[in-house]
Design a protein around this ligand. Structure first.
Ligand SMILES: [Fe+2]
Length: 275
């Protein structure tokens, strides 16, 4: 009798451990949005921009399992972080062939603010939902950097931000964007898909900022991410050097795609300080 009770309790304990382990990636880590800080050396950075702080938001994927309240909370948090600029690199919605999530998420994204501006490009999911509606809101928000270049000036010195598109759904020739910028100027390029860094372009770029990968969402310790939606599997997350020698920062982003899980790959609001 006592032995069977012990066995039952052992099973119960085992089932509890398995249940907790299964719940953790879906219900706990996926919802723990960290504020993470990165310092990125830029040799060509003008002195007036040393310490310039950029909050990088990407891949919110509002929709299934990412309610608007999460987006509202993220926007509130970003607007409280000491920052000079905010950049957003796409995938704001989850749905395909629909405009409801686009129409809900953009009025919230439009509340993002920063002293030197908010700059955004679109991701593949924004196009898969509805290209025209996403472009409409991108323009209406005043954050549109897609295919554009904008300058920030301090003490007579310049920092340029340039916007690419999405490699899969809206490829934009980097050189056509970069030719709007003085040759020697310091340039930061926003793109959605980090594989864009390996595309054909010749103009110089000092920093590429990307999203899309979600860091792989699941990272096996001592191994890495088994699922990465990029051709170059070295482009997972963090600060790295591209095949062409550029410095690139890839944020793990906020939301999910394919599977609603995160393990050893927390969602993040990335705060990048230029040095
Ligand atoms: Fe994404």
């Amino acid at each position: 009798m006592i032995a069977s009770r012990r066995r039952f309790l052992r099973y119960l304990f085992g089932a509890g451990v398995v249940g907790a382990a299964a719940c953790y990636p879906v219900f706990i880590e996926r919802r723990m949005i960290l504020e993470t800080h990165y310092q990125i050396p830029i040799p060509n950075l003008p002195r007036a921009f040393k310490g310039f702080r950029i909050v990088h938001l990407t891949d919110l994927h509002h929709g299934l399992l990412v309610p608007l309240s999460v987006v509202e909370d993220v926007v509130r948090r970003v607007n409280r972080i000491p920052r000079d600029a905010v950049v957003c690199t796409g995938d704001y919605v989850h749905e395909k062939n629909g405009t409801a999530e686009i129409d809900r998420v953009w009025p919230v994204l439009a509340r993002l603010s920063a002293p030197e501006g908010v700059f955004a490009v679109l991701g593949n999911h924004d196009h898969l939902a509805d290209t025209r509606r996403s472009l409409y809101w991108l323009d209406r928000s005043g954050q549109d950097l897609r295919g554009k270049a904008k300058v920030i000036e301090r003490d007579g010195q310049q920092l340029w931000l340039a916007g690419g598109g999405d490699l899969w759904e809206d490829p934009i020739d980097f050189d056509r964007v970069l030719e709007q910028i003085p040759e020697e100027a310091c340039r930061i390029m926003l793109v959605h898909n980090p594989d864009s860094a390996d595309s054909r372009f010749s103009g110089h770029i000092d920093l590429i900022m990307a999203g899309h990968t979600h860091g792989g969402q699941v990272r096996i310790p001592f191994w890495g991410a088994p699922v990465l939606p990029v051709r170059n599997k070295a482009y997972a997350s963090g600060v790295l050097r591209t095949l062409k020698g550029h410095t690139m920062f890839i944020s793990r982003g906020i939301g999910w795609a394919i599977y609603p899980v995160r393990f050893n790959c927390f969602p993040e609001i990335a705060v990048v300080t230029l040095a």
